[in-house]
Design a protein around this ligand. Structure first.
Ligand SMILES: [Zn+2]
Length: 454
């Protein structure tokens, strides 16, 4: 198991209103020469600040902000947000004093309002949804981060003006080490996400619900330190077609050879960053014969061969076919492989075909299995990564006699990035951000494959 499963420590600790005392302690610690004391002061100021915010206590807010700026600077924490808030607050002060008399409602509300947490659950792999008994306001949620990069400790904390129900809830997540949920004080519910890489999170409030979304970038980050030894792994990426062979020409005359090279280059860079040794069968718009591609991989003693392609159907059907597919080489062809087979096998003479057929039938069972496993990992990870931002269709893992894979002495797959003939899918496929996401997905799949099959 490569993932560290997060566990929920469910605890309730109620604190009395100890602001004055805490403030005194913070002031004292902030003048210390010891780093640990300054960290303590910083934390104290922040906690009091949150409470002050909820009580609408501007004076206390300002005191805390000054403390946060002072200690934050000593700790080399970016305090620009606090500085801006302090500026705003000082600006607003005179106005607020006059207004406050006119707005007794808001003050009353903050005392009587008791918002209860009704439920908490993972909507999908990325989103945690908290449901409350009444609407949440933006001002009732305060998020901040604490990053101790040296200790590899990254925390994101949410303080929410609400109370916990008695019900115990359990939470687990693959990319977070620990998730803690607790009643911080009488009015504040605190959730702490702790991980050993930086967590990128966004949150959204909608009516009774607060959704915390963890960006898929986290996943990528998590993969880096978790690697098995990748430096001795060699990957050959094979961007399909090139030069005189444009491959499929799709929507708006987008050409397969261009799109696959763009995505392949992104994949190369990601894999290199993750420590793999990577070779490309072509780095530019050159024509390379199919046979030469696997020969190249064999010569490089590659551990994996990834051929990157784009699918297409004739114009009249262009809106009917879309989706991402991954193929592995097999004499058996799945029904839906036909259209891809026709397109990807075009550059082969009859003579070559018969020679390759022999090779194909000599192919070992183990290699077919390994390629099949690899195809599954790639397909799953591409979809998981893309689905966080895009609507994509799972075309599935399929098998077929793809000539470009024949003769490869290592697990080999052919990835159809999508249908370049489909108007919506083609638009995504030429988009660089989409290409990068898809490349990350493929790289994650490679990681997964090696993690399981070393
Ligand atoms: Zn192709």
């Amino acid at each position: 198991m490569r993932y560290i499963l997060g566990i929920l420590l469910f605890s309730i600790f109620l604190c009395a209103d100890v602001n004055t005392q805490a403030l005194k302690r913070a002031d004292k610690s902030s003048n210390s020469s010891q780093k640990s004391e300054i960290i303590r002061a910083y934390n104290d100021y922040r906690n009091i600040y949150i409470r002050a915010l909820m009580k609408d206590d501007d004076i206390l807010c300002k005191t805390c902000l000054r403390g946060l700026i002072k200690t934050g600077k000593k700790l080399h924490i970016d305090v620009i947000n606090y500085e801006n808030k302090l500026k705003k607050l000082s600006h607003k002060k005179s106005k607020k004093l006059i207004e406050k008399k006119k707005r007794p409602d808001s003050v009353k509300h903050s005392i009587s309002g008791k918002n209860r947490l009704r439920s908490i659950r993972w909507k999908d792999s990325q989103r945690l949804v908290l449901r409350f008994s009444r609407d949440i306001k933006k001002s009732e949620v305060n998020r901040f981060s604490l990053n101790y990069s040296k200790q590899k400790k990254f925390k994101t904390i949410y303080d929410i003006y609400a109370v916990l129900t008695e019900k115990t809830m359990s939470l687990q997540h693959t990319s977070v080490k620990k998730i803690r949920l607790a009643q911080f004080d009488q009015k504040t519910l605190r959730i702490v996400f702790e991980s050993d890489t930086k967590i990128i999170q966004q949150y959204k409030i909608s009516g009774h619900e607060l959704t915390i979304k963890m960006s898929s970038e986290n996943k990528e980050l998590r993969y880096i330190p978790l690697h098995a030894n990748t430096s001795n792994k060699i990957i050959v990426i094979d961007p399909g077609h090139g030069g005189k062979d444009a491959g499929a020409v799709g929507y708006k005359k987008y050409r397969e050879k261009i799109v696959v090279l763009q995505t392949a280059k992104k994949l190369r860079d990601i894999l290199l960053k993750r420590g793999y040794t990577v070779y490309m069968t072509r780095n530019s718009d050159d024509f390379v014969k199919l046979r030469k591609r696997t020969k190249f991989a064999n010569k490089k003693k590659a551990d994996l061969f990834l051929s990157i392609h784009a699918n297409s159907v004739p114009k009249r059907n262009r809106k009917k076919a879309k989706g991402i597919e991954t193929y592995f080489l097999s004499t058996k062809r799945s029904k839906r492989a036909e259209s891809s087979l026709k397109a990807e096998n075009s550059d082969i003479s009859k003579l070559e075909k018969s020679a390759m057929n022999t090779t194909l039938h000599l192919m070992s069972r183990e290699k077919i299995f390994a390629s099949n496993k690899l195809a599954i990992d790639l397909q799953q990870n591409m979809l998981a990564t893309l689905k966080t931002h895009y609507k994509v269709k799972d075309g599935g893992v399929r098998s077929g006699p793809f000539w470009v894979l024949v003769g490869a002495e290592m697990p080999a797959v052919l990835i159809e990035l999508g249908f370049i003939s489909h108007p919506d899918e083609a638009k995504l496929m030429v988009n660089h951000r989409y290409q990068k996401k898809q490349a990350i997905g493929i790289a994650n799949g490679v990681d997964r494959y090696f993690a399981k099959n070393l």
